[in-house]
Design a protein around this ligand. Structure first.
Ligand code: IVH
Length: 720
């Protein structure tokens, strides 16, 4: 008796504690996944989660379908169960005219249909056998010329899901399937943190919520990054995924919910399915907008981009506005959706062959297209890096015609297994360089060979090698290789190096291929006569180039060091070297240890600099460049900490009256200051000129001192 009493108490306590834990954990999940505002630390969440798991294990009767522990099941099922939808899941008509006309067309179609309804009603009214229902007020207003109220939303690129809640608890989740029957994917949907297992607030006894399961781009990139790491560590069959949509769809339709959890899926709600008791008589919601607000109040993520739009002009504005943001959004969209806002009007408009007349999807130009690989070329970069590049049959994707896509290196080319003749998916989103994301193996022509990096440089025939631990192959030809010579020369002449105006691609090609320039110093031996004799070289251009060459001879040590194209020595390192050593001889004589004293120079960089100047032919090039007259002011070494503006961070914004952006940057850096691109609390000064924008606002907001050019000059003078 005593014992049974104790057990009973125990059971009651456990039930209470479990309910408490579920409430806290579900709330925390909502804060974390939906509001992006976690309110308890992860470790605390884990602790409570484990406590609940232990309770449920000890008292199996306690486990409820809305328990957060049910978000991961870990059990492998044998197949997905078919689910018949209570209300069919329809698709929306697609408007493929991606211009403003697409929106206008939809608005007109809605109006025309309502006008037709009115005629039909009138006809029926004149026929005594019918009792005609008059058109609703909203429809009459539209026919009287009032603009139609719409809701415009992004068209998420994922997969549609129906979530069935009974008495506020998620009971079943199903894919769209053929619209009538979908598949039961409840186990995977429970793994999505953004989907409430229990609804917040008051909800109808039966409520079906519809929306899109998708994968954020950063989660997608991170997943592929993990896959690549696994391959690099020797794992087989860890393929990378093609795009977020397919990856999300694949995860939802897995039998094992662990996959869904690992892929980190997200969700947006955009509509309702069955709702009982049916809202008859007095409707619960009178507009789609109200429905979206209700979805939010129950705890669902609803896109912040959704907005009300009046008439075609505001639909067009929305289409354009969202197009402008498309590449910066954290998820993929393939268009926008317009929905007639009034539910009364929606009912009046009804359906035409399984598609609602009150909604349309207005597309954007596709960011992925199919094309074929005509060849795989190997290009040689400045430092000899060999890059395989797929030459594609021209294809219009993401708004431009694409003919080339980098395959990065042999490992990447092999992982994707791109072969000549293959049909591939090319993706170009925003300003990102076009990429081959995948191959359609079923369309591969017979006999297509896997790609292999050539053993020799395709340009100079020197050995191509891949160093231990590196992904890239390199041509060992050095400046003997014309391709490397061209790239080296272009780099030498570039704006932030020696700044030789007019020494561009075409000219470099001619000079190197014609054997006129074999080494960097040769460019300074080019006279007017030799230049004017070149193909397509006008006299004036030749004259300008001679002047530009002359002008470039007066430079800075930092620019000169950068121009030499020493591996791992970018602009910043070149400046640090110049500042630290003060003279070229100082840099050239430095061993690895003294080089390591330079701020931000590590062993790899130090080794590279030391090796460069240890080569007799490099020293020879440097001597010849000095001999042709390249010079710069040299000074005593200035350890960074002793410089007057050392440790100070500046941000430049707007146009200064006399100083160019680069000039101001050079002056500041010479005084030891850092120049940063964005304003933060750590910024010491913002130098603002004409038309300074958001950086100036930010400075004011953070209380960072703002100075003009005159004050900057005063600081520099005081510093000098
Ligand atoms: S509403 C009857 N709204 O597009 C209207 N659908 O063909 C039901 N989709 O299967 C859909 N974003 O997967 C709606 N904001 C949005 C949407 C959206 C994406 C998808 C959904 C649906 C397909 C329509």
């Amino acid at each position: 008796m005593e014992y049974a009493q104790g057990a009973m108490n125990d059971e009651v306590k456990a039930t209470r504690r479990a309910a408490e834990l579920r409430a806290v954990l579900n709330r925390a999940a909502h804060q974390y996944y939906t509001l992006d505002a976690p309110d308890i630390p992860d470790a605390e969440y884990d602790r409570l989660f484990q406590e609940l798991q232990a309770l449920e294990a000890a008292h199996p009767g306690l486990c409820t379908p809305d328990s957060p522990t049910q978000r991961v099941g870990g059990v492998v099922l044998d197949g997905l169960k078919p689910v018949r939808h209570a209300l069919p899941m329809l698709s929306i008509r697609t408007e493929t005219d991606t211009t403003a006309a697409g929106a206008r067309k939809f608005d007109e179609q809605v109006r025309n249909f309502l006008a037709g309804e009115q005629r039909r009603t009138e006809l029926k009214a004149s026929d005594p056998r019918h009792r005609a229902a008059p058109l609703p007020e909203e429809a009459l207003a539209v026919l009287g010329g009032a603009p139609i109220a719409y809701v415009a939303e992004p068209k998420f690129d994922g997969l549609a899901i129906n979530l069935r809640y009974e008495h506020g608890v998620l009971m079943q989740a199903a894919t769209r399937g053929d619209g009538e029957t979908g598949e039961d994917v409840t186990h995977n949907i429970r793994a999505i943190g953004q989907i409430p297992l229990r609804l917040a607030g008051d909800a109808p006894p039966v409520l079906e919520v519809r929306g899109e399961v998708y994968m954020r781009r950063d989660d997608f990139e991170a997943l592929n990054e993990r896959q690549r790491a696994k391959t690099a560590a020797g794992a087989k069959n860890e393929k990378t995924f093609i795009n977020p949509r397919n990856t999300a769809a694949g995860a939802v339709r897995q039998l094992d919910p662990v996959t869904a959890r690992e892929r980190r899926l997200s969700f947006f709600a955009y509509g309702l399915g069955e709702v009982t008791p049916a809202a008859q008589g007095s409707p619960r919601w009178s507009s789609h907008w109200d429905v979206l607000q209700a979805l939010k109040s129950w705890g669902f993520p609803v896109s912040a981009l959704a907005r009300r739009a009046l008439g075609a002009p505001e639909l067009i504005a929305f289409h354009e506005d969202v197009a402008g943001q498309r590449d910066q959004l954290p998820f993929d969209i393939d268009g926008v959706v317009y929905k007639v806002d009034s539910l009364v009007l929606q009912r009046e408009l009804g359906f035409a062959t399984r598609q609602p007349r009150w909604a349309v999807a207005h597309k954007y130009p596709a960011q992925e297209q199919l094309t074929t690989v005509q060849a795989i070329d190997v290009q040689v970069g400045r430092t000899g890096k060999l890059t395989p590049v797929a030459k594609l049959a021209p294809v219009f994707v993401g708004g431009v015609t694409v003919t080339n896509a980098t395959l990065h290196n042999e490992l990447e080319a092999r992982r994707k297994d791109v072969r000549v003749g293959d049909t591939v998916i090319v993706r170009r989103a925003g300003d990102v360089i076009p990429e081959v994301v995948g191959v359609l193996p079923e369309r591969r022509p017979p006999g297509a060979e896997p790609f292999a990096m050539p053993a020799h440089c395709p340009v100079c025939g020197s050995d191509a090698v891949r160093e231990e631990g590196e992904a890239d192959h390199r041509c060992t030809g050095g400046l003997f290789c014309p391709a490397q010579r061209k790239q080296a020369l272009l780099h030498f002449a570039s704006r932030r190096a020696m700044d030789i105006e007019g020494l561009g691609d075409k000219l470099v090609e001619q000079l190197v291929d014609g054997g006129i320039v074999r080494a960097l110093p040769d460019v300074y031996r080019l006279g007017f006569v030799a230049l004017a004799a070149l193909d397509r070289m006008a006299e004036k251009s030749a004259r300008n180039l001679v002047d530009a060459l002359q002008k470039s001879k007066q430079t800075t040590l930092a620019r000169f060091l950068y121009a030499l194209g020493i591996r791992h020595v970018g602009e910043t390192t070149a400046k640090d070297l110049a500042r630290h050593f003060g003279t070229l001889d100082g840099v050239m004589a430095a061993g690895v240890d003294p080089l390591l004293q330079v701020p931000d120079v590590g062993p790899v960089v130090a080794e590279s600099i030391h090796t460069f100047f240890a080569q007799p032919h490099n020293r020879e090039v440097v001597e010849q460049l000095r001999a042709v007259g390249i010079h710069w002011p040299e000074g005593p070494p200035a350890p960074a900490a002793l410089l007057p503006l050392a440790g100070k961070t500046f941000v430049l914004t707007g146009t200064l009256p006399t100083l160019g952006r680069d000039e101001a940057k050079d002056l500041l850096e010479a005084a030891g200051a850092k120049v940063s691109g964005s304003v933060s609390r750590k910024t010491h000064y913002v130098v603002a000129g004409e038309e300074a924008g958001s950086k100036l606002d930010k400075a004011r907001e953070l209380g960072v001192p703002v100075i003009d050019e005159a004050q900057l000059r005063a600081l520099l003078a005081g510093a000098a």
